[in-house]
Design a protein around this ligand. Structure first.
Ligand code: PA5
Length: 446
């Protein structure tokens, strides 16, 4: 079942010629992905992942999740970047907006996050929340050496061992990491934690459909089988180059717009549940394409909220942007606007309408205004927010990203630039082995 639909009529007219000209290169880019002969071809494990995930792996993930759900009020996912954003995106999209404000229920733990920042207050406040509570940890790091999650894991592991006892803690900690290498693999083996492997050929930002994303999503109570099924359907739908292939359409169009001077893409939602989906998308496109002095800058906004802050810029600022709107056709809940006899607020003309009807008119009105103002508008319509649709959407963006990166002429599967800050941070912290870098950076700061 097709759960997402792309509509380009309000964008393609801005770069018609380039869009047509990109056809051959897109066909070549798709062939490169499938033949595995493009740059970064050792990181193509995500391409056939949905159709090839063994069902016994999904069963094992569900069993582990069940164990954590039975024994925990909170499950803390420790990870950063690709080891965090995919799970957070899906869980936020599917959860009650106020889930975190309800008390935990039996067999239904709250999923919380740590190691996605180095905030001292954040860490201490999470410790405060977890004091005296039953919690478990899923620690996720492909390299097994990333500083942020390493700090958080050290702290929350120690806390869990103190609260639950060292032996009991072992059943409440699950590590998701490389099969053989990295400090986390060594630690997990030594401590005897249950572990899951992140395949070598799947990069962090493409890893949401591996245990990296699937285990936290299952812990939050969502159906990972349906998520993978949705992704597998999109995998099948996008196998061949064609004017109907949504990944080809999106990749060609965003490159055509880029070539015509639109350097910034804003991922827009009219549903706050998709806020973190945009965070995941920004990493996917930002890390994949922002290199060699090239790449569309991926930004995001929540509408209508941000129409009251960023709306002015988008309507009349520098004409270097285009927008891609995630539009959810049918909200899961119906709520109508009530009649008020005094009508002091003047909105009785809306009485009886669904809130979503107003939202949809805001969406349409915004699109017309932005297109008139020179902002191309790509619409991606989602039938509803459920696991199946999100699976399709995830795979859609991943595949389009691979095609788009090749169209742009970069290796979409590496991230050499991410190392620069780490090198400086280690030098400044005087990490053993960084003596030369420490001397050099100190000289620079004089
Ligand atoms: O996409 C990436 O490679 C990065 O964002 C990583 O996911 C992030 O740095 C975390 O790395 P690791 O999983 O090795 O701890």
């Amino acid at each position: 079942m097709k759960s997402i639909e792309i509509c380009i009529k309000d964008a393609v007219s801005f770069a018609e010629k380039q869009y047509e000209a990109n056809k051959t290169s897109a066909t070549e880019a798709i062939a490169k992905l499938h033949d595995g002969n493009g740059e970064g071809n050792d990181f193509l494990g995500w391409l056939n992942l949905p159709s090839s995930i063994p069902s016994d792996l999904l069963d094992r993930i569900n069993k582990t999740a069940e164990r954590l759900r039975e024994n925990c009020e909170y499950v803390v996912c420790v990870g950063i970047g690709g080891s965090y954003l995919g799970a957070k995106a899906v869980i936020s999209a599917l959860s009650d907006s106020f889930a975190d404000f309800y008390a935990p229920k039996p067999n239904s733990p709250k999923v919380l996050y740590a190691g996605q920042n180095i905030g001292e207050e954040y860490t201490a406040e999470l410790e405060k929340l977890l004091t005296g509570k039953k919690f478990g940890i899923i620690v996720i790091s492909k390299s097994g050496t990333t500083t942020e999650p390493a700090i958080a894991f050290r702290i929350f592991k120690e806390m869990l061992e103190k609260q639950a006892g060292k032996e009991a803690a072992k059943d409440l900690i699950v590590a998701v990491t490389d099969e053989k290498k990295g400090a986390l693999r060594t630690l997990a083996t030594q401590e005897g934690y249950e572990t899951y492997v992140i395949p070598d050929n799947v990069g962090g930002r493409f890893s949401v459909l591996t245990p990296v994303g699937l285990l936290p999503i299952a812990c939050a109570g969502f159906d990972i089988v349906k998520l993978v099924e949705g992704a597998a359907e999109m995998e099948k739908e996008t196998l061949h180059p064609s004017d109907e292939n949504p990944c080809e359409i999106y990749a060609r169009l965003r490159n055509a717009l880029y070539q015509s001077g639109k350097k910034i893409e804003i991922l827009v939602n009219f549903n706050p549940k998709l806020h973190y989906f945009a965070e995941w998308w920004k990493q996917l496109y930002g890390e994949s394409e922002g290199k060699d002095g090239k790449g569309i800058f991926p930004a995001s906004v929540d509408f209508t909220t941000d129409l009251h802050s960023m709306g002015q810029w988008i309507q009349q600022g520098e004409r270097t942007i285009f927008e891609t709107v995630l539009s959810v056709k049918e909200p899961a809940i119906t709520r109508r606007i009530p009649e008020d006899s005094a009508n002091l607020d003047g909105i009785n003309y809306l009485a009886g309408k669904r809130i979503d009807e107003v939202n949809k008119m805001a969406e349409l009105g915004t699109k017309i205004a932005h297109v008139d103002g020179g902002v191309p508008n790509i619409k991606i319509e989602l039938n509803k927010l459920d696991e199946h649709t999100l699976g399709q959407l995830i795979y859609f963006f991943e595949k389009a990203c691979g095609i788009s990166g090749y169209l742009l002429g970069v290796n979409p599967f590496n991230q050499p630039g991410v190392e620069a800050y780490k090198k400086n941070m280690f030098a400044l912290l005087e990490k053993p082995g960084y003596e030369n870098e420490t001397a050099a950076i100190k000289a620079k700061l004089k």
